[in-house]
Design a protein around this ligand. Sequence first.
Ligand SMILES: C[S@@+](CC[C@H](N)C(=O)[O-])C[C@H]1O[C@@H](n2cnc3c(N)ncnc32)[C@H](O)[C@@H]1O
Length: 283
Amino acid sequence: MNYRHAFHAGNFADVFKHAFLMMALETLRAKDKPFVVVDTHAGIGLYDLAGTEAGKTGEWEQGIGRLTGRDDLPQPLQPYVQAIRDLNPDGGLRWYPGSPWLEAKALRQKDRLIACELHPEDAPALDHNLRRFGGVRVENADGYAVLKGQVPPPERRGLVLIDPPFERTDEIDVIIRALRSAVKRWASGSYAIWYPIKDPAATMAFHEAVAGLAADGVTSAWALDLMVRPPRWSDTLNGCGFVFINPPWGVLKAAEAVMPWLTAVLEQQPGARWTGRWLVGEG
Ligand SMILES: C[S@@+](CC[C@H](N)C(=O)[O-])C[C@H]1O[C@@H](n2cnc3c(N)ncnc32)[C@H](O)[C@@H]1O
């Protein structure tokens, strides 16, 4: 396990991921009923952009660094950017939240978060960083195995975030297997799977595999892709995407309003673009 998210915290991919995660959480909070969030690949939850790792890559400068000073944020992005402003009350940009931080912050007293992190050093760091929140359980375990044991949850309402490092060459197969097993037992849950886009052909193959989950009972799946540059080289991170199974309505509603603005702001080379398309069903 070589991947450490601290090198990439706050980059364009995190901005995209965390902005839409916040919109999904807002949708869950809009109803009174309790919900659960299962974050299968949680990281450490809080990142120091002035630290050694983030300083080595400077990736956040082309990500969250492009958003915090803007006064023309589309409304659906405001809760996300506000969460970062809350973490940096002096107006600077030093602390950046990971997905489990945003999820823990969104919980009400009746809601739960299960945050999984396999790395033996990162799991205790995550536990420490989330200590201030109630309703959170940190598992130092394989997120796919934890997911299997948690579905269907007693709340019958909630979100699963799957955000692996894609270090293993068979990660897509592992994701599809985990989804197949989870949706069979919890068909109504929302699942959000983040993926890097290097070679668009690999993304298409992933989308096709998700479409195949219709045979396992998936009735609704939607893919949202962001390319920050045209994919001229397939060994660099040219973009990223989310597949949403049972997409939260807040996400669908916000995409049209947010993506043109976000794509322009995060563009790294001329030719940035975004697409949203149904893989299963039409909403
Ligand atoms: C992309 S990072 C997660 C970032 C986090 N979701 C966020 O948005 O702030 C992926 C994390 O998954 C962890 N990891 C890798 N394989 C795992 C597994 N099978 N189960 C749980 N965590 C795993 C890595 O140590 C790494 O911290």
